[in-house]
Design a protein around this ligand. Structure first.
Ligand code: PKZ
Length: 226
């Protein structure tokens, strides 16, 4: 679907939507995403009888057909509105329209910090009653990446190193990250996830502004200067 760098760049779109239009979309689609999250948990936890499971399947199929009647053909991409407000609504870690994403509501500070109180339900289980290690990695990748963005040096994850110090319980959790240092095009960010017993997973990430973005910025600077 997005095989080349130029395919990727096409998915960064300035669609000029006003803040009001963006808010209207958020108010419409956010609750839909929450409903689907509820459906995912219900699918996992239900113990109803066979006929009710079959009926639920038919209803879900009907809902999916209704939604598919008009739909974008591929990934959502990253979009900006007229005021510069960014929407990564397809993002697997925190996308407003992505029911696979745990709702993270990451808060950031301009000094390169990010933090979030979040809740992981049974759909994020790995070992019995515990968070899947890959899910912890997903969340830390996003929180560390957002810290890099907040500090003004965004980048793609080049390397993410994790240390699983103790099992992460499902339920209420907290994650935070801060920019440790910037080395040229690389931003090194550190962070962790903690539960009620303390830090469960520590992370260090190297975020790199990709070559194509560096070239686009250099081109833009040259045309502004000229
Ligand atoms: C409009 C702009 C948008 C920009 C984007 C913003 C995204 C905002 C997202 C918000 C938060 C998201 C949080 C989740 C973020 C993901 O999930 S990103 C998805 C996972 N990551 C990927 O798919 C990345 C795949 N890899 C790549 O695209 C490229 O290899 C990279 C990482 C961009 C580097 O490519 P490059 O820019 O061509 O790198 P290159 O010029 O060869 O090297 C530059 C420097 O980086 C070092 N380096 C290269 N690769 C690595 C590596 N893997 N590890 C460590 N160091 C490395 C080099 O040694 C070099 O160091 P110095 O010589 O400068 O000291």
């Amino acid at each position: 679907m997005t095989e080349s760098t130029s395919d990727q760049q096409l998915l960064y779109v300035n669609d000029q939507l006003s803040d009001e239009e963006i808010q209207r979309e958020a108010d419409l689609y956010g609750p839909l995403t929450d409903s689907v999250r509820g459906l995912i948990a219900a699918t996992l936890q239900t113990e109803v009888g066979e006929s009710d499971v079959r009926r639920a399947r038919a209803l879900i199929g009907e809902a999916a057909s209704l939604l598919r009647a008009k739909a974008i053909p591929g990934p959502y991409g990253v979009r900006w509105g007229a005021s510069g407000r960014k929407r990564g609504w397809g993002n697997a870690a925190d996308g407003l329209r992505n029911a696979v994403a745990p709702p993270l509501n990451i808060r950031t500070d301009p000094d390169g910090r990010a933090r979030t109180d979040f809740h992981l339900g049974p759909q994020y289980e790995g070992p019995a009653g515990l968070v899947h290690g890959g899910v912890s990695a997903l969340i830390l990748d996003q929180v560390l990446g957002d810290a890099a963005v907040a500090g003004g040096t965004p980048g793609m994850t080049g390397t993410l190193t994790l240390r699983y110090r103790r099992p992460t319980p499902l339920g209420d959790l907290y994650a935070e990250a801060r920019v440790d240092r910037v080395e040229g095009v690389k931003t090194i960010v550190v962070g962790h996830i903690s539960g009620s017993d303390g830090i469960c997973v520590e992370a260090e990430g190297v975020f790199i502004l990709p070559r194509w973005a560096r070239e686009a910025i250099a081109e833009q600077n040259a045309s502004t200067a000229g």
